[in-house]
Structures are given as C-alpha cells and as structure tokens.
Design a protein around this ligand. Sequence first.
Ligand SMILES: [Mn+2]
Length: 424
Amino acid sequence: MIEKTVIEAENAAREADLQADYQALGARLARRSVDIEALTARAMSFGVAIPSWGTGTGGTRFARFPGEGEPRGIMDRLDDCGTIHQLTAATPRVSLHIPWDREDPSLLREKAEEVGLGFDAMNSNTFQDQPGQARSYKFGSLSHTDPETRRQAVEHNLECIEIGRAIGSRALTVWIGDGSNFPGQTSLSRQFDRYLDSMKAIYAGLPEDWRIFSEHKIYEPAFYSTVVQDWGTSLMTAQELGPQAQCLVDLGHHAPNVNIEMIVARLVRAGKLGGFHFNDSKYGDDDLDSGTIEPFRLFLVFNELVELEDRPGLDLAHMIDQSHNVTDPIESLIVSAGEIQRAFVQASLVDRAALEGLRAENDALMAAATLRAAFRTDVEPILQMARLRAGAAIDPVATFRASRYRHRVAAKRPRTRSDGGGIV
Ligand SMILES: [Mn+2]
C-alpha cells in the first residue's frame, strides 16, 4: 500500500487549483440549477469492482509481455487492488476468479480486511482445463455432450459458490466458452438445452441471498456459434432459471455498433439486469480500457441507468473486465474506474425534466442537445473533490508514480515468464 504522507503531499500540491476549479464549475452548474455538492455526493457513493485478474498484464493469443512486479498470486493481487482503491476511493470490492484465486477463505478475508476491500461476484472457469482435471472442456463444459463433463463443470460452479459464501460474496457470474467452430458440429438447440439443465443444477445450489449472473458473448473461443451469444439467450436463461438469475452485460461482448444502451433498457424492463463488465473496444471483445474509444456510448449506458435508477429491485453489480496488454495494469484500472465514475456523474447532470418535455414535443434536435450538454460538461473537479474528501488522491496516476509502488513490489516479485498466450 502507499504511505498516507505521499498521498497528502501530492494532494497538497494540487489542492489550491482544485478548489478554484471546483468553485468555477459549481457556479456554472448553479446557473443550470444543478447543485455541485449533490453531484459530488453521488460520485462518492459510486463504486466499481476490480477483477483480480486485471492486475496482471494481459495478452492476446499471440503473446503476453509482462511488466515489472507482476502479482505472484491472489495475495499480491489483493495488495494491488487495495492500492487502486486507496488512490481512487472508487473500487471498494474485488471480484475473484476460481481457480486462479483459489486460497484458504479465512486468509482471503483477513487480507481483504487488511487492504480495505470487500468481495464482489465470484467467477467460475470452465473455459480452460486445469491440472489434474478428469474431463476436458475442449468441446464444451456446461453444454458438453458428455454428462460426466457437464457434472464436473456444475460441481466447479458449486465450489465457487462455497468459496464465495466463506468470504462474503453474494453472486456467481457464469461465462462459458462453449459453442462450435463448424456448421453441423453441434445441435444448436440441444446444446442450449444441455446448458440450461446444467445452469438449473447450479441455480439449485444457490444460497437464498445470492444471485447468479449469465454473461453473454458474441464469439470466441468458438468461432462459428456460441451457446450464450447475445442478450436474448441470456435473458431466456435468466427467465427460465428464476428470480435469483439475472443478466450481466459486458460492453465488449457485442457486434460493433450494437445499441447497448437499448439492451440495458430492455433488461431493466424485464427485471433481469444484474450488472456490467465495463471495458472498451475498437473491434471486438474487452481489449481496451473503459472510455478509451467510445466515451459517449459509456455515457449513454449510464444515462439509461440514471433514468431508470428508481426501478424497484434494481441492484447492479458494476465491475471492470478488460485486458491490459501495454500499460501498467494498476494505472489502467485507476484511469478506467475514473472514466466509469465520470460517465455516471455526467449522466447524473442530464436535465431530465427538460428532456421529458422535449420528448413530449418530439423535439429530436434539442433532446440530443440536452444529452450533449451533460456529456460535454467537464466534471473532473467533481471527481477530484470526491477523491480528496475520501482521503484518496486528487491525481491518482501521478500519485501512484510518485509513490514508486511498482518499483517497490518489483523488488519482491520476480519477473514472470512471457512465453505463450495471455488470455485473462
Ligand atoms: Mn466479462
């Protein structure tokens, strides 16, 4: 973790500028009848979970190029996640992945407490084979044609629930790589039936206060068909399983140009939106940091969420899920958490009463302008003030660099191997 005095010294050098910027923005917002203090309070209430695996350098199927001081295991990953939260005050929970994070639950709880974190949704893994595993997932897991392989995959998910219970998690996210690479390779209908049967067996093992999230993805690793390829299949799954099942929307898991904010609206309508995996992409999947390519789309997603936030029962699990291939993962996660929080704050300052009036009058041009007015507002002073008041860093990346955290942990953590692919 980072010495408090480092954060204080870094903040002291920036606080006068922040106060001036905050005053100026506050006056500007007041002219629009927006209370800057209410927005700052909302920013401070916002949290997004860090995926434990995101703290390691990711890669592609071609290669992985790890940096210095890569985490050696879950304890190092929790240190890194704690550091991100210390600097941002926006990432209070961490999402674990089994088996990558398998460890004695009491040690996990102890460490999380030490670094000031809670645990978010558990993530199962039946898209890889693990050492000593009896059956292979080469041709699928929960939807495999072989009942013993399906049983093994169900058992793994039930184990994830057990570990999660012991550390205070309350949700299980299921993403499978099952599908096919050739037309005719599988029965598209029976494969889905088998998947549903397996998910029902997992659902039956869900504690009463838990939720199960079904995560869809258009393609990869299966390149012809994927069992849970879109939100329609995910919604069918959640509806067939029951009230504790919901859908998780990973922003990168859609075809280019898909209107994700509309999917959000539909899933909220169905009472089945459970949460998000935030990231960005230029072409496909979760390759880039949140807000890198399409910050306006991120804003539009939050615009729907803010518009619908009073819907009874809406309880969203926000999580980052992205691969950091060329940056320091801690810095990418710090910046991403800020971009997601920024979209939330920008969406919170949309003039909703005016927007509703413009919609009633079918004034398309001014309705769009109302959204743009919020999106174009530079809310950086609000984010900085939220961090300062929470004891975090006004400029978290600069403070992270000044702390020399990476240099210090590199001395303890030996260089990792760079051979092979690096899907994380
Ligand atoms: Mn994901």
